[in-house]
Design a protein around this ligand. Sequence first.
Ligand SMILES: C[S@@+](CC[C@H](N)C(=O)[O-])C[C@H]1O[C@@H](n2cnc3c(N)ncnc32)[C@H](O)[C@@H]1O
Length: 345
Amino acid sequence: MSQFEKIAEGKALVFVPKEKKVSKKLPVFYNPAMKLNRDVSVLLLNSLDKKDMQIALPLAGTGIRGARLFLELKKGKIKSLNINDYSENAARIIRQNLKLNKIKTKKITITRKDANMFLLESSGFDYIDIDPFGTPNYFLDSAVKRLARDGILAVTATDTSALAGTFPSACERKYWAAPLRNELKHEIGLRILIRKVQLIAAQFEKALTPIYCYSDQHYMRAFFYCEKGKHRADEIIEQHGYYENAGPMWLGRLWDRKLASAIAKQSDERILRIIAEEAGVNTVGFHDIHLMCKKNKISRIPKTKDIMKEIREKGYGVSETHFSPSGLRSDIPQKDLLKLLSKAF
Ligand SMILES: C[S@@+](CC[C@H](N)C(=O)[O-])C[C@H]1O[C@@H](n2cnc3c(N)ncnc32)[C@H](O)[C@@H]1O
């Protein structure tokens, strides 16, 4: 085990390959930058009123997410935990990691199949976590086919260069939409990703409503709640459309407000607190205060808390946004915000 080191994340200990740089070429990944990604899975499943879940991790890597779900989800949540990865190394490391955490249970199965085969050969799951390196596209069909009614689908995309508009043709090809290359690029990219997943599900008469999502560092992440039926699937598609020249994309809500608050309450991560606030303001896009000041030659940029107070006093909703440190999410019209920014605070 000399090429491995032992680390702690959440309540789990894991053996991880001693590689300094995370890359697709590694046989098995442990990416410390994805700790938040795994934290949110735990927090979200603990916040939902769901018990006896059949959980699937088709692309499990080192198995750290599996170990954490087993150790950190509340009692009664897990009926079965199905950990899969096609790499031979992964299956071995997953076993070692479960042993390291003294996890011995009939509830867990470890398989070494192609993720699509693993999903399609199953009878279905209440939670499926698609956490690939790059685009989730390859796995979406089988994931939505095997997602149960009232089930939760989690999707990670790390190909942000396509979604956030560095390579517009890649976004068209992979996500069937035009991205936006400005300060809103991450929110628009996330909305484009959401629509793509929803379209795949709609083919099978499944309606996927986003309940929680975010963009962080090099990836985007979305959680969906699944309902079955043509009518609901059509209602989802009706909420697709354009923002400026970008899209089509999901124009509906990004968060379930109660869920976002419940998640934030269980953690002291700043990003989760900001998301809980922005879940209360339903807009597509946000105002970039620094940029507005620059464009309009306003030399003294007012303090965020002062502008927020003024916006509230005018009767509009407002919050910070996790998409940008200089952004404010608000339903105030741009011209009214500009008037506020122009006056001396
Ligand atoms: C980003 S890593 C997963 C990280 C893991 N979910 C975590 O939270 O630490 C992606 C994993 O998917 C596996 N993988 C890639 N393509 C696959 C496929 N078609 N079927 C099964 N596993 C696959 C790789 O071996 C790799 O371990």
